[in-house]
Design a binder for this molecule. Sequence first.
Ligand SMILES: *[C@@H]1O[C@H](CO)[C@@H](O)[C@H](O)[C@H]1NC(C)=O
Ligand SMILES: CC(=O)N[C@H]1CO[C@H](CO)[C@@H](O)[C@@H]1O
Length: 414
Amino acid sequence: YEPKWSSLDTRPLPKWYDEAKVGIFIHWGVFSVPSFETEWFWDRWQQGNKDFVKFMDENYRPGFTYADFAPQFTAEFYDPNQWADIFQAAGANHFAITSVSSVTDGLNGPGIYINRHTPCIEVNFSYHLLINYNLIGSHMPAGFLVKAQTKSRKKRFVYSWRSLLYILLLPCTSDITTPDTYWKSKEFLAWLYNDSPVKDTIVVNDRWGIGDTCNHGDIYTCQDRYNPGVVQKHKWENCMTLDRGSWGFNRKATLDTYLKLTDLTTLLAETVSCGGNLLMNVGPTHDGRILPIFEERLRQFGDWMKVNGEAIYGSKPWTHQNDTITPAVWYTSQKSGSETTVYAMLLKWPEADVLHLGAATPSPHTTVSLLGYHGNNFKWAKSSTGMQVQIPAIPFNKMPCDAAWVLKLTALSS
Ligand SMILES: *[C@@H]1O[C@H](CO)[C@@H](O)[C@H](O)[C@H]1NC(C)=O
Ligand SMILES: CC(=O)N[C@H]1CO[C@H](CO)[C@@H](O)[C@@H]1O
């Protein structure tokens, strides 16, 4: 590969990523210490946002700086095995973390070494191009960077990428405000794809500089919580967070701020149907805990995946992404030899005892079953507009899951 987009864009996506579908994202850094509203704490405070200034005035001594938070990023309860256990229970098979760099940030945290290989899950690092003082930089004006970093620091940063890459696998970078020439992004990617120790497995996103998002990179993230609702030509990711308001831990979050299982299964269905992967973010505390509310959501999600994973892992978008008659029905498919199995994910349990599927045309051999349900296959009939599936009265304690029920449709004629 040559260091230009026309060459870099020809690289095939490593297979594991498309099959993986679900990953976990972590925002953990010095902002986890104040844990006040957002991981953009430093930025808001510096810009004179009233809430942030008041919070600092009322709770910290005069002259307290952002860097003064760093010694409180203590991580005393950080247990990588516990994290790995939760992420694996969530059905996730890759993991990305915002990393802190002493080169760009000049902050010394506790020097935690995050295990690369925990027992059950591989922990791979993401890296923000522009982590900087704020630790997240996607909205930071370019001018700030120039001011904040001395020349030698910049240079060291750019060249320190290479040594860092031995631990990086999924650089989910974050700079969309500075040209990629500033970061030497293309040179870096050419090295990454040609010569790095992870050249065959590395997957990078599209946040390499102004104009690159949604245009270049192995996967497109476009914007946070990207969820286009229609199939995309290029592999993409819905990068979202369980706390609607913040990526870093926010002590002010209330219960209704957190997405529920139904929200997560809805996002998953809409995303995977359209060819995307879901990257679910949680924000650990300064002392290394993942709060039980996050843990509960992730474990509920994983329980759903245990029942319905065959509709998700390794699936491909089908000819239709959602149904043409019944709203909130999303499709995926799996191919095995010449046979295609189609999965209809019902985001709501049907109100009536007949479900109309406009996108599915049955053949005489078609079967319809509910994933995780041990009763009989569902009866169905062909109709002029597709098919009508009989929904039986299933006892409550025989329901396979609490959200997004999946019908498995075999041998459709189209
Ligand atoms: C299918 O999804 C698209 C895109 O989200 C939406 O515009 C359309 O209304 C949906 N169709 C039905 C029948 O709900
Ligand atoms: C899923 C994935 O790509 N995992 C990778 C994590 O990083 C190690 C090297 O550090 C690779 O061997 C794994 O393949």
